[in-house]
Design a protein around this ligand. Structure first.
Ligand SMILES: Cc1cc2nc3c(=O)[nH]c(=O)nc-3n(C[C@H](O)[C@H](O)[C@H](O)COP(=O)(O)O)c2cc1C
Length: 248
């Protein structure tokens, strides 16, 4: 398992063949073994393999190559099932508030990572699709999500088209781990954390292709721009409210 974690890489091109039902079941069984809030499992997992639905979901993920997979698995925060059980048993559920959105989102995300690791252990490739936040309303309509349920993450999954996808680097451990308490790094330390990536051939190619002088500006001016960040923030927040997570 540790070896598989160290070898994780996102796959963005898949072969068309379906994932055998027995394998998908084992992956889903691993997903639901994840830690979850109060063992209430306030999340749902929607496995979409129907071609018509996949074709409708693709634009919600901006038709990115990684979304062209034989299965798109949408992990949803879901306080509905638990709240309905409470009502059926004469208990009064009050899970329609921000902290329960966070609990349910945490449950969904933890299940998604178990799903990803087990899928990789079966020789499948996965890619997280953060576009789920951007178009959660549209995805909710397609997947017929009721009130109290909202998508938080999609994982595309299938047999990888190639096994030659390079391993990506990570910042040094010291950049992300603090001993005992948080210690704000110095400016020099922050620059040091990024030095290897800034000096890489991949970055040089990106700077040339984008005609920009720094990797940081590729993030802020090309990949995740202020205007888009603000617009998608508002859109997702409005959807959370609309789906009834902020009633009290
Ligand atoms: C929250 C989240 C959202 C992501 N969204 C996308 C996405 O929309 N498209 C994509 O191709 N990769 C996406 N990824 C994958 C990351 O780009 C990838 O994990 C990162 O570049 C590190 O590469 P690796 O997974 O190959 O190690 C996402 C990953 C996470 C955790």
């Amino acid at each position: 398992m540790i070896k598989e974690i160290a070898e994780h890489r996102s796959h963005r091109k898949f072969r068309p063949e379906a994932i055998p039902a027995e394998i998908m079941r084992r992956i889903l069984e691993a997903a639901v073994r994840a830690s979850n809030t109060g063992n209430m499992q306030v999340y749902s997992i929607i496995v979409t393999t129907d071609e018509g639905l996949l074709a409708r979901l693709a634009p919600c993920h901006f038709n990115q190559p990684a979304a062209a997979a034989p299965a798109l698995v949408t992990f949803c925060a879901d306080v509905r099932r638990f709240s309905r059980w409470c009502e059926l048993r004469g208990a009064v559920p009050e899970y329609d508030n921000f902290v329960w959105f966070m609990n349910a989102a945490a449950d969904a995300l933890l299940a998604s990572e178990n799903f990803a690791l087990e899928a990789e252990a079966h020789g499948l490739g996965i890619c997280y699709l953060g576009t789920t936040f951007y178009n959660a309303g549209e995805i909710s309509e397609i997947l017929r999500l009721p009130q109290g349920v909202i998508p938080v993450m999609t994982v595309s999954v299938g047999y990888p088209a190639s096994n030659d996808v390079p391993l990506t680097d990570r910042l040094p451990l010291e950049a992300v781990v603090h001993e005992d308490v948080y210690r704000d790094p110095t400016d020099e330390e922050i620059l040091g954390f990024w030095a290897d990536r800034e000096a890489s051939d991949e970055t040089a190619a990106l700077l040339e292709a984008n005609d920009l002088p720094s990797l940081a500006r590729i993030f802020t001016e090309r990949r995740y721009t202020g205007g888009a960040n603000r617009a998608f923030s508002k859109k997702y927040f409005d959807e959370i409210v609309k789906r009834g997570f902020f009633n009290n």
